[in-house]
Design a protein around this ligand. Structure first.
Ligand SMILES: Cc1ncc(COP(=O)(O)O)c(C=O)c1O
Length: 433
């Protein structure tokens, strides 16, 4: 009789079944407001899924698993930085700050950028304070990219960049980073640039791979940007989390430091990772005045501004001495040294990161159909949450098997959490035997 009714597939059901489903749906639709997903959801919003990373945190909570999925610390934020925020609220810094950022916070950002990167930045015309680097990136893209223009993105990529491209009407062009060292093929990158290229996004140090771009790589990218009059959006929120390596210097170099790039680079940064305050949602974009003007307009109408008392605490935090950052780096190096051998011992092929606080691994040896199946098994049966590799690749990615043989762990966690994870991961050996 019916093949579908109200979108429910009834082919294959008996006539009596079809009739009863039809009656049930008719009554249900008469008594509940009709919400047509086709009419109410935009074509853009329908084109991406919710964040897999944040979904994994909810899965970890549901199964009581050790959460090594989403990159947020489970240890306390520094006492003095918290006190600065409390004092700001006490001083009644509780109303809107200037939309593009409290003047003193912007001055603190300029001072820190000067000592850390050696770059002169005008706080009046070149800095926009945003709600996390998440907003800085999308505001920068919406402020500069026109519909149909292309944005080059290295793959695997931090999962926000694909929805950022959709929301800003950009067409993404993916270029692979290859294991084991996450290098890229220069000719593949060159071929991705054309007359429609508006920008390239780089994440340096890189999430999820831990890659830290070398000066030579940055200069090659810069040359392409200059040749094609393209911009660079550079996400540098892990700039202080770098691991020394024997035989090769690993150093954070900002794309804005490369000759000819300052005037075509938007540096995206944030308090989240450097000061262990991911929930504060305070970030910033540094860009030349014309671009900053456009970013500020988009930012104003997206969010008005970041939390005023937390910007005041930011003025304190960004003026901390270099020793603070050295200690941060050392602590993460210690945590990395806890998780890397634990992953090796459990049977993963771990790609040691040069920066950031994630470890990408290869799971081929475990014999699962794909990364999602493995991740589900790990959270439910072993009690450790990680992120399936495919969430860092585009849906049609073929390079590196589209992430289907990879998963990512984070190590921005207390020793106790990492020890628990290591113990549980060892159970893989016995459970899968
Ligand atoms: C590369 C990268 N960019 C941006 C973000 C989000 O940062 P924020 O908290 O500043 O919005 C993250 C968070 O994990 C990240 O890894």
């Amino acid at each position: 009789m019916f093949s579908t009714i109200y979108g429910v597939d009834l082919s294959g059901e008996s006539f009596a079944e079809q009739l009863s489903v039809c009656c049930f749906l008719s009554i249900a639709l008469m008594t509940t407001p009709v919400l047509s997903t086709h009419r109410h959801v935009s074509e853009k919003a329908a084109r991406f899924t919710e964040s897999v990373i944040r979904e994994m945190t909810r899965e970890a909570l549901k199964h009581g698993a050790v959460n090594l999925s989403q990159g947020f610390p489970d240890f306390p934020a520094p006492e003095d930085i918290k006190r600065a925020a409390q004092e700001a609220i006490g001083r009644d810094v509780n109303q809107y700050a200037i939309t593009w950022g409290a003047p003193d916070f912007r001055r603190a950002i300029a001072e820190k950028t000067k000592w850390h990167l050696g770059l002169e930045v005008d706080p009046e015309t070149e800095i926009t304070v945003t709600c996390g680097s998440t907003e800085a990136m999308i505001a920068a893209m919406m402020a500069t990219v026109d519909p149909g223009e292309e944005v080059v993105i290295f793959e695997p990529f931090y999962e926000n960049y694909a929805p950022d491209a959709i929301l800003s009407d950009a067409r993404p062009r993916y270029v692979s980073l290859h294991t084991p060292d996450w290098s890229f093929d220069k000719e593949e990158l060159r071929a991705a640039f054309n007359e429609r290229t508006k920008a390239i996004i780089i994440c340096n140090p890189n999430n999820p791979t831990g890659k830290v771009f070398t000066r030579e790589e940055l200069e090659f990218i810069a040359k392409l940007c200059i040749e094609h009059d393209a911009l660079c959006f550079t996400d540098e929120i892990y700039e202080h989390i770098i691991y020394p390596r024997e035989g090769r210097e690993v150093k954070h170099i900002s794309m804005a430091q490369i000759e000819g790039m300052r005037e075509r680079t938007v540096v995206v940064n944030s308090m989240s990772k450097t000061y262990s305050v991911t929930g504060w949602r305070v970030g910033y974009a540094i860009a030349p005045p014309v671009i900053t003007n456009a970013i500020r307009k988009v930012h104003d109408f997206l969010t008005v501004g970041a939390a005023a008392p937390l910007q005041a605490a930011g003025s304190y935090a960004l003026r901390l001495p270099p020793e603070y950052y050295e200690e941060l780096g050392r602590e993460y190096e210690r945590r990395r040294a806890m998780l890397l051998p634990a992953l090796d011992a459990a049977g993963f092929r771990a790609f040691a990161p040069d920066g950031a606080y994630y470890i990408m691994t290869d799971i081929s040896s475990f014999g699962f159909a794909d990364d999602v199946e493995f991740t589900r098994f790990l959270v439910r049966e072993i009690g450790v949450a990680c992120v399936p590799g495919s969430s860092f690749y585009s849906t049609d990615a073929s390079g590196e098997n589209g992430g289907r043989s990879q998963v990512r762990f984070c190590f921005c966690k207390q020793d106790r959490t990492l020890e628990q994870a290591a113990e549980k991961l060892m159970r893989l050996k016995t459970t899968l035997r």
